[in-house]
Design a protein around this ligand. Sequence first.
Ligand code: 13P
Ligand code: ZN
Length: 275
Amino acid sequence: MSIEQANCIRRFMRICEDGYKKGWHEANGGNLSYRMDAEDIAVCKPYLSVKTPWISIGVSAPGIGGEVFVVTGAGKYMRKVGIDLSDNVGIVEINSAGDAYRVIWGFEDAGRPTSEFESHLLIHEVCSELSGDADRVVYHAHTPYLAALTTAFQVDSRVLSRVLWKSNTECIIAAPEGVGLLEFTQPGSIELAQKTAELMKDFRAVVWEGHGVVACSETFDDTFGLIDTLEKAATIYAITRAMRGGDEAANLLSDDQLRVICEGYGLEPNEDFLS
Ligand code: 13P
Ligand code: ZN
């Protein structure tokens, strides 16, 4: 067996490829991290060994102290993950204080975790606690339609959530709590990490204005599916307005219809975002 055959690594590689095929990962755009469980670590153990000293992270996330993550590298291309895994991806262990990491596999050629590592770790900390240890995947993608919505219009979390919900029935099913919106914040910054983690207390996906989207959920499929559904709704909204020569769509789902959908699926929508 090689480490590429471990289930968690196969699924990790699959998301990188799927996201690239979707057109969400130009150049080094986007990044992915996975919090390994005990079985994943046991399966990968023969390949793991300490490769670097402890390296300071810049934030402190004691809630995920001692955890082990698979993560894409800074400046690395999602397109290349399946071609050369150990160059583009690493496995890192976090110290017990949650403020330093060391590489235990991969990142050959002196690589290091994504420039959004602080965001990933603070999101993992918030979401693993809120989900009772269930959430394990954080995925950031440069989804063109979600990003375009934030450049075409001035939106906040409520406006953006309503536009997405009303464009397609599946959106409120995937995200009944809505979607968070973070105004422009420097990519790769600690400010971005802290503000996103704060929004993640209320939402499982946050759109970064003029940039893309980040989401957290239990499995690779759930997390990819959530972003895919949001991006599809944003695409439908854009197509609909284009069909109308730029005017607002004539037949968006009504608030009553959104409530009916939620009742049918036993979901509780975010009432603050309904009228
Ligand atoms: P990395 O190459 O450091 O992952 O950065 C890509 C990106 O999308 C930054 O937001
Ligand atoms: Zn990005």
